[in-house]
Design a protein around this ligand. Structure first.
Ligand code: ATP
Ligand code: MG
Length: 448
């Protein structure tokens, strides 16, 4: 059955347009996801109406990308209002580095509009009136679980190299294969990705990493895609780890660690980069055992460089770099030591670090696995207890504030920070010391 239940608002928009004498259908990702029984992220509508005609049919519209034929239609009243992109049938000119093709031509023919789309599974349209419109075998490719370019793959990747990354990204999201000719063209044209802006590459890389199959990064490496924007990863794929703790080379270990961690962007990027500096730190001892001394620090530095190069947002970059830097740290034996580790790494970041460590261990050999898992379990349990007790873990929770020190006669300036720092160390060691009078008595020198 090819019946899709369109949301009522989508039906209303389509009906309005067809009542006015135009063609209109839902199109692209929402049709694909509906056929798969997945909930679409958004519903896009394609129409024979020109942008000005779309605007004349609806009372509430926004000119989002009117040059490219896209009008946002606001449907519903008040709280219930939702935005839908309605785009005129179009043929794309050559794509440039931006999100949109350099020039577009409108066309009265739906077939032309579907032909410009990247993959068969993304090139289907649907309305209640027309049913499924599938001119390129998209449904069959959904059934065969194949990512296949619409038309001649070399041409399609030549028009817009980003599609090469999108092919692997969709394979990762859906658990599909890339059809052979499409894959061959992707490999042949991958160097063209150098022309694509970092922002667009970052969007695709992030979607791949948070997908159910982040290890599809392997395919990106095999097709020569990472060679363009992440050659550091290709080096990892060539770096062996002849060491009892490991059973994979560095790159494969990274791939396994990616699948072992929750699909959160910070965590997935942290796993991608946690060992990225290993090739630079590689030494082999007399017994032929590989070592990677200092690799956490080198990896953190590289992660910072790479994320800047790829124009990551600063918040993500900082979190990832901090986690990479700390990924191998010994968090301590005693509760006091653990509290100090938490304070140093940051109480908000700490639970993420435990997840990073667990994924790292899961992607290693079975050598001393039980011991590693027991240590992690102990840290987790101690951390829970520390949280449950509400132990002070940062200056924010310290019973003494800067103002209290000024009131106690400490001159404003560097001294204040130093004393607060000592008080925090004291309280991390002995949580019961987190009382104002006691801390002032212990750490503020008595006036003569
Ligand atoms: P998702 O939103 O889940 O990432 P999607 O298929 O909706 O997937 P979008 O990037 O939102 O992807 O694009 C919507 C539709 O526009 C696609 O389904 C496809 O038909 C078309 N499209 C998007 N980007 C390209 C491109 N670079 N080349 C050709 N067609 C594209
Ligand atoms: Mg979409």
């Amino acid at each position: 059955m090819d019946r899709i239940i369109l949301p009522e608002k989508v039906n209303r928009i389509i009906r309005r347009l067809t009542d006015a004498g135009f063609e209109a259908c839902a199109v692209g990702g929402c049709v694909r996801d509906s056929l798969l029984g997945r909930k679409p992220q958004d519903w896009d509508i394609t129409t024979s109406a020109a942008p000005e005609e779309v605007k004349s049919v609806f009372p509430h519209t926004v000119d989002t990308g009117i040059k490219h034929g896209t009008v946002t239609v606001l449907e519903g009243i008040g709280e219930d209002r939702e935005a839908f992109e309605v785009t005129t049938y179009r043929i794309d000119g050559e794509y440039d580095d931006a999100r949109h093709p350099r020039e577009v031509t409108f066309t009265p023919d739906l077939k032309e509009d579907l032909r410009r789309r990247d993959f068969t599974i993304n090139a289907m349209a649907y309305s209640e009136e027309t049913g499924l419109i599938d001119l390129f075998g998209g449904k069959e490719d959904l059934e065969r679980k194949l990512i296949r370019a619409v038309g001649v793959p070399e041409e399609r990747f030549g028009e817009d190299a980003l599609r090469i990354m999108r092919a692997v990204r969709f394979a990762a999201q859906l658990g599909y294969e890339v059809e052979d000719n499409t894959a061959a063209a992707a490999a042949a044209l991958a160097p063209n990705l150098a022309k694509i802006s970092c922002e667009r590459i970052m969007v695709e890389l992030t979607k791949l990493l948070v997908s159910p199959h982040p290890d599809e990064l392997r395919r990106m490496s095999e097709l020569g895609i990472t060679a363009v924007f992440l050659p550091e990863f290709d080096r990892c794929m060539e770096t062996p780890q002849n060491n009892p703790h490991h059973c994979y080379n560095v790159g494969e270990h990274i791939l396994h660690s990616l699948t072992a961690v929750r699909p959160d962007p910070v965590l997935r990027f942290a796993m991608l980069f946690h060992d990225i500096g290993k090739p630079q730190c590689h030494t082999t001892d007399e017994e032929g055992i590989d070592h990677f001394h200092g690799h956490a620090e080198v990896s953190a530095k590289l992660a910072d460089q790479i994320l800047r190069r790829l124009k990551s947002d600063n918040a993500t970059r900082r979190e990832v770099v901090a986690l990479v830097a700390a990924h191998g740290a010994d968090l301590g034996e005693t509760e006091a030591e653990l509290r100090k580790s938490i304070a140093q790494i940051g109480p908000d970041r700490f639970p993420l670090l435990l997840e990073v460590k667990a994924a790292d261990a899961a992607a290693q050999s079975d050598h001393r696995r039980e011991e590693k898992e027991a240590t992690l379990a102990r840290w987790r349990a101690m951390y829970e207890e520390i949280l449950a007790r509400g132990d002070c873990l940062s200056l924010k929770d310290l019973a003494v504030k800067g103002d209290d020190l000024v009131a106690a006669g400490v001159p404003a300036g560097r001294k204040i920070g130093e004393i607060l720092g000592r008080m925090l160390q004291d309280v991390l060691e002995t949580p019961e010391h987190n009382r104002k009078e006691l801390l002032l008595a212990r750490h503020v020198p008595k006036k003569p």
